[in-house]
Structures are given as structure tokens and as C-alpha cells.
Design a protein around this ligand. Structure first.
Ligand SMILES: NC(=O)C1=CN([C@@H]2O[C@H](COP(=O)(O)OP(=O)(O)OC[C@H]3O[C@@H](n4cnc5c(N)ncnc54)[C@H](O)[C@@H]3O)[C@@H](O)[C@H]2O)C=CC1
Ligand SMILES: CC(=O)C(=O)O
Ligand SMILES: [Mg+2]
Length: 461
């Protein structure tokens, strides 16, 4: 993280060089200096410093406090500064400069537009924001890897998602964090909100509640509903795995694949792996491998146990990981130990996707794995749903799809994987970067094609 220290420095008592030395010795990496005020005796400067832990930040501030002639006036964190006032805003497409325009955009003339839509509801797509607008809806029960937090506290994540929608795909997305844990109430609220939107992106809703909410909304609404933590993650994970398997020259149908964390993301990843040809997937949650000799309270786990784990393996992760070709973690930090990685098959693939801290850190795992991926942007091979949802919604909005089906998801996974050519592919480049400008158009095209082929695309031009 980057902190900005505002320092008041009394020039006769201390030099800037002395302060810089102390910052560096305390573990800070100085990246910028801005002069805020300059006088003959005193200077005020903002020093931007990269630090890698809260402890280092404290050490730096304490060390400066111990110096003569310098005081810390203010400490700010660049990430916090970026969030001041929130990250998005609503902008009008035209200005209102006179009474005539006022009466057109608003009453009385706007009434004619209302009545046109009243007579032909499909005109909402042409005459309102609906065709380019998505609701990003969360109840904040499984936010990143933070678990359940308040809806207010989840807003920065949803605002961030809205920024990504806009920047990468031109989609207008509204963050809506609901104060509700009740499944029926959430379904009712989202259905009531739906007329304003061309699609619903469900986000960070804990399992198993997320399954019921998504399935019901998919049935009861005529706009696409997509729980991103399930399907976005699954699509990107499959894309990454298809390319990682090319690197290791293994075939998905011959691989033993261990998925850890059988929640929203883990179940959807497993379904996509099975759809993509995997035959031996074993799911592990807190109490070990899901197997057919157990009955679970969670209905999805009963489905899972009967459709995976063909050898009915039992026991903890450390046991079922033995001989596995692939580990995919969507669970919690530091769940996978280096000993587990050493016990995997030749040239193993490890996707440690828990955010913000992965199941095993790449520094620890990399010497023993062929392909390593995380959900983070600060390591190679970022397997993160951000690669999928902008292109997916661009596609479904543009063809006015009423649903996002399995064919569209598989097409999106293949489109992502195909952005990397055979020549480019290597163990540190199995998945395109978020800023690769081919990703959104490729997903869009693939999704639209699959949408028309399967009859869910409704736009006729
Ligand atoms: N890289 C990416 O694009 C994405 C990453 N994630 C990450 O995956 C994780 C899970 O997310 P969701 O599926 O949405 O949450 P979830 O709450 O639906 O599921 C998490 C599952 O992990 C299990 N789990 C927790 N600790 C475990 C442990 N020590 N061992 C085995 N299982 C354990 C839980 O019991 C639960 O079944 C989070 O860290 C999230 O940030 C989620 C979505 C996208
Ligand atoms: C990336 C994401 O959606 C998550 O970690 O929840
Ligand atoms: Mg999420």
C-alpha cells in the first residue's frame, strides 16, 4: 500500500536526507515527494511511501516522531484518498439550457415518451437507460474473502465493479447493497427493481442462499441474471485451466482435480469443469472431501457428492490432494500447505483464488508447481471474474438476451482462452490480462453467437 506522510520540517534542525534515511531503514520505499509549502526556516512536504504492512507503516511513523525538528501533520493512504466521495457518479448526456429543453427532458413533453412506452413496453430499450444498464446487487454476506459485512461496508466493492463495467465494456452499472438476509425479500426487491435494468449481476451473496435467489430470478425475470461469484469465476477458471493444461500437455478428462471451498464459486467451477469434460473432480470443504457416504444439510452438497468424486475418496485436503494434477481453491487463506503441493502429481497446476489472500502464496508454491495462478493483480496469471463480467454483459445487452445459459458460459470461457496464441502461451501467461483489449470484444462476440444459436437473444436487426 502507499501512504502519504505530510511532514513539517524545520530546516535548521534536520535535513531531508536524514528523514529519508530513517524512512528507508524502517522498511519504507519512497516513491514521490511533493512540496506543499516552502519558507526560509520551514518546509512542508508530502512524501509518498510504499509499505508492505501495517507494522512497517507504524514503524516509519514512530521513527519520524523520534527525530528532532520534524513533525507528522497527517498520514493518508492513497487507496483511501481514491475512495473519497465514492468512485462513481451519474452524468447527463445533454445539458438543459433553456425552458424548451426543460420541458422536453421533463414535464410536460416527457409524458409523450412515457405513453409511447406504456403502449409498447419494448420501447423501454430504446427510450430509457435500460438497454445499457445493469444492477450490481449484493446483500454483503460473502464479500471477497471478508465474509459477512454490513451493506454499507460492501459498497466500495460494488462501486469498483461498476467502474470496471464502465471502463472495460461501456456498461452503466449501479451498485445496490441491500439490507436483507431474507431470500424471499431479496427476490421480491430485485424483481421490483428490475424494470429499470437490462440485466442483474448478483454479487457476494453467500451460499447456499445465492443459488435459490439466482435460480428463482432466472425463472421469474425476462432479463439475464448472473451471479458473478459463481459463473464469472467459473468461466475464467475454466479458461485458465484450458490453457494451463496445454502448457502441461495434460487432458482434462485424465486429470484429478481438487476443488477447495464448495460455496458459490466452488460449485459453479465444478459444474463448468464437468461441462468441459473433467471426469475426476473432488470437492473439499472445512470437514474434508464431499463423499457419497455422508448426507449434508446443504442440498447442493448432496448433489455435489453424487456427481463428483468417482472413487468416493474421503478425508482432509492433505489426504485427497495426493496425486492431484490440479488444485483450485476458492476457500480461505493458507489452506494449502507446501507439503500438499509436493504430494501432487508431476507438473501440478495450482489456482489459489481466494481473495484477498490466496490458499497458498505464490512465493511458497511456485518452486513445486508448473502453473500457478491467483485472483490477484500483483502476480502473473490473474484468474479473476473481472475478466468475464464486462464482456458477458456487453454481449447479453447488445443481443438483448433474456438469459445467460450454459452454452454462452462455455463460449465465453473458450473466447477468453483463445486470446492467448500458441506462441504466447507459457506457464506465466495462461490467461490474458485485464487490460488486454481483445478480451471484451471476443467474449461479446462469442456470447452473442451462442445467444442466437440457443434462442435466448431477442434483438432482431
Ligand atoms: N478470483 C476470483 O475471481 C474470485 C475469488 N473468490 C474468492 O473465493 C472465496 C470464496 O468465495 P465464495 O464462493 O463467493 O464464498 P462462499 O462463502 O460461497 O464459499 C466459501 C466456501 O469455502 C469454505 N471454506 C472456508 N474455509 C475453508 C477451509 N479452511 N477449508 C475448506 N473450505 C473452506 C466455506 O465453508 C464455503 O463453503 C473468497 O475468498 C472469494 O474472495 C470468489 C469469487 C471470485
Ligand atoms: C473477485 C470477486 O468477485 C470476489 O473475490 O468476490
Ligand atoms: Mg465477488
Amino acid at each position: 500500500m502507499t501512504i502519504i506522510l505530510r511532514l513539517e520540517i524545520h530546516k535548521k534542525e534536520i535535513t531531508f536526507g536524514e528523514i529519508a534515511t530513517v524512512i528507508s531503514k524502517s522498511g519504507g520505499d519512497m516513491i514521490a515527494i511533493d512540496v506543499i509549502k516552502e519558507g526560509p526556516e520551514m518546509t512542508v512536504r508530502d512524501i509518498s511511501v510504499n509499505v508492505n504492512s501495517d507494522e512497517k507503516q507504524k514503524m516509519i511513523i514512530d521513527s519520524i516522531h523520534n527525530l528532532p525538528g520534524v513533525s507528522v501533520k497527517h498520514v493518508s493512504d492513497r487507496t483511501f484518498l481514491l475512495h473519497l466521495g465514492g468512485k462513481i457518479e451519474v452524468k447527463s448526456k445533454t445539458t438543459i439550457d433553456n425552458r424548451e429543453e426543460l420541458s422536453q427532458v421533463y414535464t410536460p413533453e416527457v409524458a409523450r415518451i412515457c405513453m409511447a412506452i406504456e403502449e409498447n413496453p419494448k420501447l423501454a430499450y430504446n427510450l430509457t437507460i435500460k438497454k445499457n444498464t445493469v444492477a450490481v446487487v449484493s446483500n454483503a454476506t460473502a464479500v471477497l474473502g471478508l465474509g459477512k459485512i454490513s451493506p454499507e461496508a460492501a459498497m466500495p466493492v460494488m462501486e469498483g465493479k461498476a467502474m470496471l463495467f464502465k471502463q472495460f465494456a461501456g456498461v452503466d452499472a449501479y451498485p445496490l447493497c441491500l439490507h436483507s438476509n431474507d431470500t424471499e425479500e431479496m427476490i421480491r426487491i430485485i424483481k421490483a427493481l428490475s424494470p429499470s435494468f437490462g440485466g442483474i449481476n448478483l454479487e457476494d451473496i453467500a451460499s447456499p442462499q445465492c443459488f435459490e435467489i439466482e435460480q428463482r430470478l432466472k425463472k421469474e425475470l425476462d432479463i439475464p441474471v448472473f451471479h458473478d461469484d459463481q459463473h464469472g469465476t467459473a468461466i475464467v477458471a475454466l479458461a485458465g485451466l484450458l490453457n494451463a493444461l496445454k502448457v502441461t500437455k495434460k487432458r482434462i478428462e485424465n486429470c484429478k482435480i481438487v476443488v477447495c471451498g464448495i460455496g458459490a464459486a466452488g460449485i459453479a467451477i465444478t459444474k463448468m469443469l464437468l461441462a468441459g469434460g473433467a471426469k475426476n473432480v473432488i470437492g473439499v470443504d472445512r470437514h474434508g472431501a464431499l463423499n457419497r457416504d455422508e448426507t449434508y444439510d446443504n442440498e447442493m452438497w448432496n448433489w455435489y457428492a453424487s456427481n463428483t468424486n468417482p472413487s468416493n475418496e474421503k478425508g482432509p485436503l492433505s489426504s485427497v490432494i495426493k496425486g492431484a494434477d490440479v488444485f483450485i481453491g476458492v476457500s480461505a487463506p493458507n489452506v494449502l500447505k507446501v507439503e500438499d503441493v509436493k504430494n501432487m502429481a508431476h507438473e501440478p497446476i495450482v489456482f489459489a483464488l481466494a481473495n484477498p489472500n490466496p490458499e497458498i502464496s505464490p512465493e511458497v508454491a511456485k518452486p513445486y508447481v508448473k502453473v500457478m495462478a491467483t485472483g490477484r493483480s500483483d502476480y502473473p496469471n490473474q484468474v479473476n471474474n473481472v475478466l468475464c463480467f464486462p464482456g458477458m454483459f456487453r454481449g447479453v445487452l447488445d443481443c438483448r438476451a433474456s438469459d445467460i445459459n450454459e452454452e454462452m458460459k462455455l463460449a465465453a470461457a473458450e473466447a477468453i482462452a483463445s486470446t492467448i496464441s500458441e506462441e504466447e502461451l507459457n506457464e506465466d501467461y495462461i490467461i490474458p490480462g485485464v487490460f488486454n483489449d481483445q478480451v471484451v470484444p471476443k467474449i461479446r462476440e462469442a456470447v452473442i453467437k451462442a445467444g442466437y444459436e440457443t434462442g435466448v437473444a431477442k434483438k432482431k436487426d
